[in-house]
Design a protein around this ligand. Sequence first.
Ligand SMILES: NC(=O)c1ccc[n+]([C@@H]2O[C@H](COP(=O)([O-])OP(=O)(O)OC[C@H]3O[C@@H](n4cnc5c(N)ncnc54)[C@H](OP(=O)(O)O)[C@@H]3O)[C@@H](O)[C@H]2O)c1
Length: 288
Amino acid sequence: MSIVITGASGHLGRLVVEQLVAAGAPAGQIVATGRDTDKLTDLSSNGIAVRRADFADPHTLSDAFTGADTLLLVSTTDVGQRFDNHRNAIDAAREAGVSLIVYTSTLNAATARMRLADEHRRTEEYLRASGLPFVILRNGWYLENYTDQLATIRQQHMLPGSARDGLVSAASRRDYAAAAVAALTGGDHAGATYELGGPAFTLTELAATFSEVLGTEVSYLDLPVRKYTELLISVGLPAELAAVLADADDGLARGELYTDSADLQTLIGRPATTRWEAVGDAVARSDA
Ligand SMILES: NC(=O)c1ccc[n+]([C@@H]2O[C@H](COP(=O)([O-])OP(=O)(O)OC[C@H]3O[C@@H](n4cnc5c(N)ncnc54)[C@H](OP(=O)(O)O)[C@@H]3O)[C@@H](O)[C@H]2O)c1
């Protein structure tokens, strides 16, 4: 039995590989793949097979997926290219005879109107029509999307966004990785679509958590989508990415990143990370 992980050079894929090992999966049964295998060298020295897989280059995929029993398809990053990437990976998985494909989608993918959801919805439809046994993990927003802004939040006492008073059911990458490990290794999940998210909060409540943990006032600054896009561009984000992120906040305001599902907690067998834990950890790491 071999478990192939794509995107293992990224944050989520790497956590999945580490958690598989921690859960007792033999290193010899894990295949870590990425576009740049140099980023995976430390994994190969632990006995994990490392293979190159670039979804934009289908020739790499037949070798990468050979012998795969279960495949974790981590969604890729280039908005606009993602559906083609994912379709190539699903086709290659079918040709390789993969018996289960686990795909990391986005929360409420069937109904969300934010731009980021479109390629996930199309990928889900393609996967369902592929005939391959599948599990769809509709991952909610990462808590790290906020805690990675700690330095700026500390400096400016402000968390900006376009989320109005929308609720976001965020959880940590560690939580989503644990859910992926459960789907890859435990029980019969074939055919399931899980809506994964942690306890919901507004960005005003999140700013209050930063205030509490930092011991200094932090407020949430709500901006119109256009203004927030401009702000993201002014701090160095490419215009297209800034527009996509501001659009996601608009979706958050419409409830598209909210779920009351207990799927995450059920899959991982513990409560998801809270915003207090995430902010507390980020502050402790930055102060260390
Ligand atoms: N839920 C959320 O809040 C949220 C936030 C951000 C992203 N996401 C989605 O979740 C995914 C995983 O998150 P993450 O934090 O692990 O992102 P990440 O650290 O940016 O990792 C993305 C991974 O995808 C790989 N990749 C990109 N294009 C590829 C291609 N054409 N073929 C094969 N692999 C490719 C990257 O490889 P390289 O190392 O070669 O670049 C990397 O390993 C992201 O890719 C994105 O789709 C979700």
